[in-house]
Ligand binder design. Structure first.
Ligand code: KIV
Length: 282
């Protein structure tokens, strides 16, 4: 069944957990769909995981559209949410609307995600008015890494915790259908989850959110540059890939691959005629 904003909202009402994962390409999106995820996030974390940048700040609209299209082609059932990259929505309402529209029209996303709180309320309202479902992102917002001074837990103090609650309510009032809560204390994430009708999706936000999201390459043990405490390896695909590629290297180098089973035969008579044609004439 194709997940929609409505089916996901129903899951929150029924107390069913929602599973989101990041993916950035067609093959991975297909595997995630076959595994039964509800939502795929084409996160701007692709800058780090797929493109090797040290943060998400260099990711462009073109990068997001390119990866989003690929994921959408592989996502038969999961709802595809695509991140609005750094500076694609901070520079003015009109540009933000145009860029969000491009993520749906060209990137085939079904919703967009943007980082920030109450200050984005007006923009979120406009996006929703245009028929663009919106996911907010509160807590650790990686596009503000230079302001936050690093990737660390947010909203531990009373003032910042209250601000996060206000931001969540403001995004809810503006029409966001879901909120990613990244790196916030578990009890605060639980409070937000009880206080808003939006779906809350936690990452480093404890077990009481309506759903969870992890970066695919993190949970599969394929990306080791950063290893936040909230990541759990559900598989060691990195090791499996490394072993597989090493076995391929060894087989090519020792001549055991390709063997007859992986090669194509040719009619002997045809081959003989081709050989003859190569012989020097009289
Ligand atoms: O870009 C991303 O992958 C994200 C998740 C960490 C939530 O925003």
């Amino acid at each position: 069944m194709k997940q929609t904003v409505a089916t996901l909202q129903k899951k929150k009402l029924n107390g069913e957990k929602i599973v989101m994962i990041t993916a950035y390409d067609y093959t991975m999106a297909r595997l995630c769909n076959e595994a039964g995820v509800d939502m795929i996030l084409v996160g701007d974390s692709l800058g780090m995981v797929m493109l090797g940048y040290e943060d998400t700040l260099s990711v462009t609209m073109e990068d997001m559209i390119h990866h989003s299209r690929a994921v959408a082609r592989g996502s038969a059932s999961a709802l595809v949410v695509t991140d609005m990259p750094f500076m694609s929505y901070q520079t003015g309402r009109e540009e933000a609307l145009r860029n969000a529209g491009r993520l749906l029209a060209e990137g085939r996303a079904q919703a967009v995600k943007l980082e920030g709180g109450a200050e984005l309320g007006g923009l979120v309202k406009e996006l929703v008015r245009c028929g663009i479902p919106v996911v907010g992102h509160l807590g650790l917002t990686p596009q503000s890494v230079n302001t936050l001074g690093g990737y660390r837990v947010q909203a531990r103090e009373e003032t910042s915790a209250l601000r996060l609650l206000e931001d969540a309510r403001a995004l809810e009032a503006a029409g966001a259908f879901a909120l990613v809560l990244e790196c916030v204390p578990a009890p605060l994430a639980a409070l937000v989850t009880q206080s808003v009708s939006c779906i809350t999706i936690g990452i480093g936000a404890g077990p009481h959110c309506d759903g969870q999201v992890l970066v695919g390459q993190d949970l599969l043990g394929m990306y080791s540059n950063l290893c936040p405490r909230f990541v759990h390896h559900f598989a060691e695909a990195g090791a499996v890939i490394r072993e597989g590629v090493a076995a391929y290297c060894a087989s090519v180098r020792n001549g055991s691959f390709p063997d007859a089973e992986h090669s194509f035969a040719m009619d002997e008579e045809v081959l003989a005629r081709v050989r003859t044609s190569l012989e020097p004439g009289d």
